[in-house]
Write a protein that binds this ligand. Structure first.
Ligand SMILES: *[C@@H]1O[C@H](CO)[C@@H](O)[C@H](O)[C@H]1NC(C)=O
Ligand SMILES: *[C@@H]1O[C@H](CO)[C@@H](O)[C@H](O)[C@H]1NC(C)=O
Ligand SMILES: *[C@@H]1O[C@H](CO)[C@@H](O)[C@H](O)[C@H]1NC(C)=O
Length: 254
């Protein structure tokens, strides 16, 4: 009798199991351990923690707060869209968002910031190296590494990034939200304010301006014909992109 009861229970349990597997078809969401930062649920894995530490070491205070907000805004965008959160690899999103401004490591001369590449590309290359070096990154397949590379390299080129893979889109949209504010992709004013209370953004304009002017001054060629060019034209005395723009090439060579 006892055995019979047991097997009925087991049978019921296995039906339950089957049922929950078939109805719960979105394991990606719960694939990773989580913690809460500024009211936002985020992925909590060793490589994400290391990325956070690495970004802290390779960026000014304003950069660190900016990358933290960008990550959290991206996580909020995901939390408001179940299709997106099922499709997006939250660890890929986190690592890319956290490392996206390594190319702004203006205080160090340890090889992250090149003399000739766009800062977005410096950041993408440094992040790929970071993942490959990391003991938990060695298991990443090429596609995940590529998504991080693309998300970082394209994060300022929204007219391209917004048509790429979901990870690339969400990284760029989370960063964009730090400049444009809430009210998009379901992110509310209250959620936004909770994040900016924890990571205040009062120094963002000054920090970005100084960094982009620095790039225009010290590696001007990487800024010609990009969104950074106007900073050089307005604030760097001997800056001139003329001769280095697509229009110059097209008109002089064709
Ligand atoms: C959720 O994300 C998907 C994929 O990017 C998008 O097509 C859809 O419009 C989004 N839904 C809402 C309600 O924003
Ligand atoms: C940007 O930086 C330039 C050069 O340092 C400075 O002249 C200008 O006032 C700054 N603009 C803002 C809005 O901070
Ligand atoms: C501007 O002039 C300085 C000093 O001569 C030089 O070091 C710098 O490379 C120049 N910058 C640009 C954008 O030409």
């Amino acid at each position: 009798m006892f055995l019979l009861k047991q097997s009925i229970l087991l049978f019921l349990a296995s039906i339950c199991c089957l049922f929950s597997v078939t109805t719960n078809a979105s394991p990606v969401v719960d694939k990773y351990p989580r913690r809460t930062i500024a009211g936002v649920s985020v992925v909590d894995t060793p490589i994400v923690r290391s990325a956070q530490q690495y970004a802290r070491q390779h960026g000014a205070d304003f950069v660190y707060k900016h990358i933290m907000r960008s990550w959290l805004f991206g996580a909020l965008i995901l939390s408001h869209n179940s299709t997106l959160s099922q499709n997006v690899d939250a660890e890929v999103h986190a690592v890319a968002a956290i490392l996206h401004d390594l190319g702004w490591d203006t205080a160090h001369s340890d090889g992250i910031v090149s003399s000739d590449r766009r800062f977005e590309v410096d950041g993408a290359i440094a992040s790929r190296d970071f993942i490959r070096r990391h003991q938990h990154g060695k298991g990443w397949d090429e596609r995940r590494v590529q998504l991080v590379w693309d998300a970082i390299a394209l994060h300022t080129e929204r007219k391209i990034a917004y048509f790429k893979e979901d990870e690339v889109q969400v990284v760029s949209k989370g960063i964009g939200m730090d400049f444009s504010g809430p009210g998009q992709y379901g992110v509310t004013q209250a959620e936004f304010e909770k994040v900016t209370e924890e990571f205040p953004r009062g120094d963002l304009k000054k920090g970005v301006n100084e960094t982009i002017v620095w790039l225009c001054r010290t590696k001007a060629s990487s800024t010609y014909d990009t969104w950074m060019q106007p900073f050089g034209e307005q604030f760097v005395a001997n800056y001139s992109a003329v001769g280095n723009r697509a229009i110059d090439t097209i008109f002089s060579n064709l």
